[in-house]
Design a protein around this ligand. Structure first.
Ligand SMILES: CC(C)(COP(=O)(O)OP(=O)(O)OC[C@H]1O[C@@H](n2cnc3c(N)ncnc32)[C@H](O)[C@@H]1OP(=O)(O)O)[C@@H](O)C(=O)NCCC(=O)NCCS
Length: 157
């Protein structure tokens, strides 16, 4: 089957879980990172997908989208670029790929929550056309980037 995504972007295989989990651990402290079993479930579940970015067979980044087909919303669960490869446009490419998948599935909106303190991610989302829908003061159980507050951001596809 033809790959619908930009070059270097593929649907994750569950056999790639160790590389994916290694990036998650590099990107987030353990108390807020997804566990390996949570990530595995998100790769395998019918209502979510994981896309990886690969270069020379090395997985450098991934994005997970969970679908709510009743409300026609695609939810960006997480986007992780290995710190060794950040600031090279991979995050933007993964977001575009997620939007391709959402449009193929007929959903109308992409939504996400991001820590109010995560300025690089907020900048990435703004650059991709996301707008702040609301601020949620106590979204995280633990401090995340020194705050429990999150911004819910949305983009019409
Ligand atoms: C947020 C993240 C995914 C960005 O990925 P990336 O591949 O480095 O981003 P890109 O190179 O595609 O950058 C695209 C735009 O995002 C913004 N951006 C990315 N990193 C930034 C930084 N450190 N500071 C400020 N703006 C930043 C810029 O607007 C950038 O455009 P520019 O390069 O023209 O300035 C990456 O930093 C990451 O994985 N962080 C850790 C995990 C995380 O916080 N994920 C988000 C969870 S909600």
């Amino acid at each position: 089957m033809m790959n619908e995504y930009p070059s270097g972007i593929y649907l994750a295989k569950v056999s790639e879980i160790n590389s994916i989990y290694a990036i998650e651990k590099k990107c987030f402290p353990s108390r807020v990172a997804y566990s390996k079993s949570q990530l595995k479930r998100l790769i395998l579940d019918n209502n979510s997908i994981c896309l990886v970015e690969k270069n020379d067979e090395i997985i450098r980044a991934f994005i997970i989208i969970a679908y709510d087909f009743d409300s026609l919303i695609g939810h960006i669960e997480t986007i992780d670029v290995d710190p060794d490869y950040q600031k090279q446009g991979i995050g933007l490419k993964l977001l575009k790929s997620a939007e391709i998948d959402m449009k193929l599935k007929g959903v109308g909106w992409s939504q996400l929550e991001v820590s109010e303190g995560n300025s690089s991610a907020i900048e990435l989302y703004r650059k991709s056309g996301y707008k702040v829908k609301e601020r949620i003061a106590y979204y995280y159980i633990f401090n995340h980037y020194n705050t429990r507050a999150a911004l819910r951001m949305i983009k019409t596809l």
